[in-house]
Ligand binder design. Structure first.
Ligand code: NAG
Ligand code: NAG
Length: 200
């Protein structure tokens, strides 16, 4: 009886995790990120604090795609939240007329100013905070930080957790202790055990 020298029976049952990140409770996925629209009327500094409590950060879009995702989240609520103005984590309080994104204290490399409202540059320090306006097609408008507006919290998403479950064994022909022989190998299934994203 001849035994084939190289016979590999490699069996992998791997269910890949769904790839993307998972949103924390209360957040909805839009594109790559997680967004939570909050209908409270609060000052800018309170909006920042609320988002921290809600496990995220006040939104400050860093790219067109992020702004578009936030806009997608807001469009679903259009006409249901008043005043329909959503604070962004952008301010020039640190240095007047030098708008900074508070998440990383960096200058803005993406903006979506509403050109009809100006950028606050001509104001003398009265409008140090920024909101996204539903009625102005989600463009950005500078406003006094003590206005009471709505806001949007952002979370980049949590990595999905996978767990390994044994699903039986299979016979594998391989070299072990210098000999080719059949050995039993445990097979596992990898399951994504993260909670499902809310579709909203
Ligand atoms: C702006 O910078 C951030 C990182 O600080 C980066 O993630 C983002 O893609 C940049 N946006 C643009 C439009 O280059
Ligand atoms: C927030 O203020 C608006 C007026 O700008 C009002 O219509 C709305 O009911 C207020 N919302 C809450 C939750 O107090």
């Amino acid at each position: 009886m001849t035994t084939p020298k190289y016979l590999f029976v490699a069996v992998f049952w791997i269910l890949m995790a769904n790839g993307g990140a998972v949103c924390p409770d209360g957040y909805c996925r839009h594109s790559d990120g997680c967004y939570r629209t909050v209908a409270l009327n609060v000052t800018w500094i309170d909006a920042r604090a609320y988002c921290e409590v809600l496990g995220g950060h006040l939104l400050s879009p860093v790219s067109h795609s992020m702004a578009a995702a936030a806009e997608g989240a807001l469009r679903r609520m259009k006409g249901t939240i008043f005043p329909g103005k959503f604070w962004l984590d952008i301010t020039d309080l640190l240095n007047p007329k030098d708008w900074k994104r508070m998440s990383d204290k960096k200058a803005l490399n993406f903006t979506n100013w509403d050109t009809t409202s100006g950028t606050g540059a001509s104001e003398e320090g009265a409008r140090n905070c920024v909101y996204m306006s539903e009625s102005l097609n989600y463009r950005w408008v500078p406003a006094s930080c003590v206005e009471t507006l709505n806001f949007l919290c952002y979370h980049a998403g949590l990595p999905p957790t996978t767990e390994r479950y044994p699903i039986g064994s299979t016979r594998v022909y391989k070299i072990q202790h210098g000999y080719h022989q059949w050995v039993n190998e445990q097979m596992y299934e990898y399951k994504d055990v993260s909670p499902k994203d809310v579709d909203c």
